[in-house]
Design a protein around this ligand. Structure first.
Ligand code: UD1
Length: 404
């Protein structure tokens, strides 16, 4: 096989992520994003990998160079100004020096790409001028769309910002992963002009250039679109500074304050989590829930239309629906708000400092006053005055000699 080189584009300035940490250094399952990309890159045994970095290059470079015996195949390129993927590729190409054969171009922020997919691209692309990876997405917003002629041949890529309403309907997208013959790449990049709308040099313009030259453009489609997704939070999700989001968690229209921890496998939708709160693992925040500062929502706890006050804790196995919970409240394991009588929903109010013992049912509508205690195993069916103890369980009886 002819020599293979790889360019990893990682000079994007993480503006959409709005994080203090460079995007490619964000840990996923404990490892920085870029490590996954390089592992996949190395699986096809390239001669050399050129990593294109932007303003935070020192940190990324230091991280990669600190890896045991790994830096030998890497060269680093600095894209001083973010002027588009074509310009980044050009910078990366320069750092590779004199090359022949093919170049694989990867995005530094697409960590789930599988080595099998790259190998498949290479098998197709190694004897062709230009091949790329595509995916069919139900929601293709933001991606470049693959344009095909009536025979199904690729004739170009149109970016979201430049697409007409009809073009926006196209579901086949460009994954940003290419296999290009080095000599053609060099020639094609020299032809790219800045886009009139975004003023950036689009790497995708090399596709239209190939077509103009009468060269065929080949594609492979990924089986599972998740493989090519970048780092994504769904809907209108906002994440404050220094938050940590564990693996398998899904955030849809969630608003997170600063320093929030969302532990693994939590599902948050249309909700607000304020600074310093801890969610999960395995927690569910349903719409209209608000978790105030420093509050804890632990494993197998579900909140629906509920406000959990500052510093309050519901750490295990609970359902809290249509509830207003004050500050410093402790919700014991297995607490259930019985908010629904089969017809209507009712509210539960727990004032500041309430202590709810384990395995409590709160039959709404009900109010528990400030600082009151609920004994474990109680079914609360009437309001509890502030400072008192409510207990409804049957007193324990021990029957001596029962076994005999
Ligand atoms: C690009 C493609 C789009 C494709 C999408 C897939 C172009 C013009 N568009 O979109 O068709 O659907 O990727 O994710 O190429 N980068 C740099 N320097 C730059 C700009 C970007 O290094 O000046 C890097 C980024 O860090 C990232 C990659 O290139 O790793 C892609 O950049 P991004 O801004 O995410 O992609 P788009 O240009 O929006």
């Amino acid at each position: 096989m002819k020599p293979l080189s790889i360019i990893v584009l990682a000079a994007g300035n993480s503006t959409r992520l709005k994080s203090q940490l460079t995007k490619v250094l964000h840990p996923i399952c404990g490892r920085p994003l870029i490590d996954y990309v390089l592992e996949t890159a190395r699986s096809v045994r390239p001669r050399k990998i050129s990593v294109v970095l932007g303003n935070d290059r020192e940190k990324v470079q230091a991280h990669l160079q600190a890896q045991k015996g790994a830096a030998k195949d890497l060269s680093f390129a600095h894209q001083k100004e973010r002027r588009g993927t074509a310009q980044a590729t050009q910078v990366g190409l320069k750092a590779l020096g004199k090359i022949s054969g093919h170049v694989l171009i990867l995005s530094g922020d697409v960590p789930l790409l599988r080595p099998e997919t790259l190998k498949r691209l290479l098998r197709l692309g190694a004897a062709r001028p230009l091949s790329l990876v595509t995916a069919v997405l139900a929601a293709p917003f933001g991606y470049g769309r693959i344009m095909r002629d009536l025979e199904g041949r690729v004739c170009g890529i149109v970016e979201e910002k430049n697409a007409s309403p009809e073009e926006k309907q196209i579901n086949e997208i460009n994954a940003g992963i290419y296999c290009v013959e080095a000599a053609f790449l060099k020639k094609a990049l020299a032809q790219v002009r800045p886009d009139p709308v975004k003023k950036e040099y689009y790497l995708t313009d090399i596709i239209a250039y190939a077509v103009k030259q009468g060269l065929p453009v080949h594609t492979i489609a990924v089986d599972d679109a998740y493989e090519i997704l970048g780092v994504q939070l769904l809907g209108n999700t906002q994440v404050g500074r220094s938050c940590h989001i564990g693996p398998g968690s899904i955030l849809i229209n969630a608003r997170l304050g600063e320093g929030v921890q969302v532990k693994a496998y939590s599902h948050l939708e249309d909700c607000t989590v304020k600074s310093g709160a801890v969610i999960g693992p395995f927690a569910r925040l349903r719409p209209a829930s608000i978790v105030e500062e420093e509050a804890h929502v632990g494993n197998f706890v579900e909140l629906k239309k509920t406000r959990l006050g500052k510093g309050s804790k519901a750490n295990h196995l609970s359902y809290l629906g249509d509830a207003v919970i004050g500050r410093g409240v402790n919700i014991g394991a297995g607490t259930i708000t019985c908010n629904y009588d089969g017809k209507n929903k009712f509210q539960t109010y727990l004032e500041d400092g309430v202590f709810v013992g384990s395995d409590t049912q709160l039959v709404a509508p009900v109010k528990v006053g400030k600082g009151a205690y609920i004994g474990a195993g109680t079914t609360v069916t009437m309001d509890v005055p502030a400072g008192s103890l409510a207990i409804s369980r049957v007193p324990q009886r021990n029957i001596p000699g029962y076994k005999k």
